[in-house]
Ligand binder design. Sequence first.
Ligand code: WT7
Length: 651
Amino acid sequence: MTQHVFPIPSALAATAHVDRQTYQDLYQRSLDDPDGFWREQAQILDWVKPFTSVKNTRYSPDAVTIEWFADGTLNASFNCLDRHAQGRGNEAAILWEGDTPGDTRKVTWNDLRQQVIRLANALKKLGVRKGDFVSIYLPVVPEAIAAMLACARIGAVHSVVFSGFSADALAGRIEDCRSRVLITADEGLRAGKHVPLKKNVDAALENLPFVEHVLVVRRTGRDVPMRAGRDRWYDEALAEVPDECAPVAVGAEDPLFVLYTSGSTGKPKGMLHTTGGYLVHAAASFRAMFDYRPGDIHFCTADVGWVTAHTYLIYGPLANGATIVLFEGVPTWPDSSRWWQIVETYKVNIFYTAPTAIRSLMRDGEGPVRQHDLSSLRVLGSVGEPINPEAWLWYHEVVGGGRCPIVDTYWQTETGAVLLCPLPGATNLKPGSATKPFFGVRPALLGSDGTLVEGEGAGNLCFADSWPGQARTILGDRERFLNTYFSTFPGYYFTGDGARRDADGDYWITGRLDDVINVSGHRLGTVEVESALASHPSVAEAAVVGMPHEIKGQGIFAFVTLKEGIAENDDLRRDLIQVVRTRIGPIATPDRIEWAPQLPKNRSGKILRRILTRIAAGDYENHGDTSTVADPAVVAEIVRRVQESTNSSAL
Ligand code: WT7
């Protein structure tokens, strides 16, 4: 196979923070002397009490310890605000672009700091103390960032819940961390449509009496019911508190936030991140991987509900004093030139997005991009799923004008910040490869029997040591944390992904190996979708697998067995889709539902998703090892039906 290699642009090689030699030297040093290396990196932050210990980590089968900078103290909101407001107070921290074209706000460092201080005081007045959890269910508005930083200012722990999640999904995430305070908005606005956030909140809180206070941001100004004694308008609560609030020094290992992500069971995992290590890793990697220079305008398109936004829209950039573009809407509304119009308007230098969006924009051709002057762009980034070479080349050529390196950044909600990525001035690029480990990161490929793959080869992607941004536990479930990440390959952190290493030592992610699928760069547990389907009274059981999808990367294919006597029809299909949307949210909408009289199982009754995955991919003959199937006729019948409906929809 011929391999495109894109060498480092010479202008960047000469001026970048990290060039090829520096990367090699620093990477080696970060492995040989992690304490020295990270002590230096940690100077990117202001510490209240400097740390003396740096790395205290151990992955042994009987004990996992992850501590970084443990005896230091600091405040994240001070690092992301006060030190930049001093001297640059009237410059923009946030350039906000609303869903409706023309609806914009410039939020200066002073403005943001003032808002954070007032909200911190309002939270204190509601009884929020250090270590308490606060849930945030907001659209992509500056108030969402203020809410996160206000929690950080007083040592409270935020839990941002994606505003596209349903009332049920929100309720589960509030219940798990037992937050007594929730910050939301009257409504969200997305592609011109109103999203009933407060209504969802009211439904979510019906069975959660421990939630005492709801602060409501006026986003659209529509009338929403306010429950006396519980609900308050955000602006009114902020108006009546003092405008001073000293940042609280917290321990580096005190929690900063929890963020829920899907796993192999029906229950999402609350990944708990702490303050010092997370912020060092976020800030240092943001600077290196985007080759950030003071004055740059950074545009990360992620929603505040995902880890991408936590680390590379908010904490990493703001800790560096970067001006960020915050965009509430979608790239295709009112038309497919929206992002490029924003890039031109704000003269964006760094642009970070997901492959799925690139693929969907590619369909509309080069026209919408070419209408705009994108010459301000210097570095492009990709995250969330493997980027296919066609999308990479289009992104590079059409968006980046062939001049901008694309940093393909591999990481996870659990890893807090990047683990594998090129650095613009240091790494040759290969479309589709996340290339090399970030500083201090030790990737390892392991065979399923646990043997280490050396040199060129493929295997389970693991990491042999800790890194500062790593999640410290799953909230309330240490056992699950240890089992999920540290028990499969003792001595290693296991990502759940497969990867290949080529002859140059570059890494290529091949996708999830567990019961997790990646839909448009968002992680979904197949079991979550199955449980939602099975909650419908007509369903006996369901099996959900990923299927190849041109735009989303993976789509959701559901095989559903109905109860005795229930008729298979399209109305029921629609009902099932509705159930999933209500239980989880629109992102989990199945792309295809097939009726299966029975599901393929092994002799002990375990559903064989492996076989269904092949069928969903259109592979009707080659099901791998079928010797474990209790009844082969079941597989034959499913294949017959899937083939039949594929043929009829192709007509
Ligand atoms: C999973 C993590 C990292 C923030 C967004 C997603 C996949 C992520 C890449 C990449 C190939 C990638 C992996 C990973 N993934 N980035 N650059 N190339 N795959 O965070 O929801 O925690 O999902 O996304 O499968 O395990 P997440």
